[in-house]
Design a binder for this molecule. Sequence first.
Ligand code: DC
Length: 238
Amino acid sequence: MNPEENKIQAKKIVVAIDGHSSCGKSTIARDLAKAVNYKYIDSGAMYRAVTLYCIENGLFEGNRLDEETLKEKIQQIHITFKHNQTTGKSDTFLGDRNIEKEIRSMAVAEKVSPVAAVGFVRQALVRQQQAMGIDKGIVMDGRDIGTIVFPDAELKIFVTARPEIRAKRRQAELSAKGETITIEEVLRNLETRDLIDSTRKDGPLRKADDAITFDNSDMTIEEQNRRMQDIFKQYATY
Ligand code: DC
């Protein structure tokens, strides 16, 4: 191990990355975790997994969610992450099933905000997220990571980007997966999710007072990674 790595090992920290939908949080978090050899957890994938469970088990009647049944079932919903050798990324599992592809669909995106607004869902997932960070050396992204999940995180980042940039990025992501959708539809979905995420009672999306704002509207991925690693080094080493 070189001395630089040694320093990072010496002071493992928790990195909390929050921000609006589709502003690149996951890419930032995943790339940072890889560069510094930390664990990466996509907390949004957990809310998406619960949403997929609700859709597949008939807990949605139109847009109405059967919270009573979900409350009975929530402890039986087992979400885990496993490294995928082929993609080099981590895949989300619901029980034994790899659901990585399904949870990224528009069908799930359209229903996830009401699920993520349910108090007992948040309590259950926040508890699991906190357990994952007990040994530190973790980068987690979401909406309430710096405020609720890890209020004592050593490094908090609040990512933002202009709405039209976010919509374009999301459209490209969906189109790479074969989903064709207009920019207006994407923008509408992003704005609706942001509104529900920011105004809900439990764990609303808001910038923690001690978070660093990171606007990546005009940054390339390489630039954003370089800047993030520079910030990280100021907090993880001494
Ligand atoms: O980051 P994402 O778009 O995959 O998140 C999916 C949804 O889950 C998003 O609409 C808000 C919600 N979410 C949340 O409420 N709290 C988190 N920590 C992460 C995501």
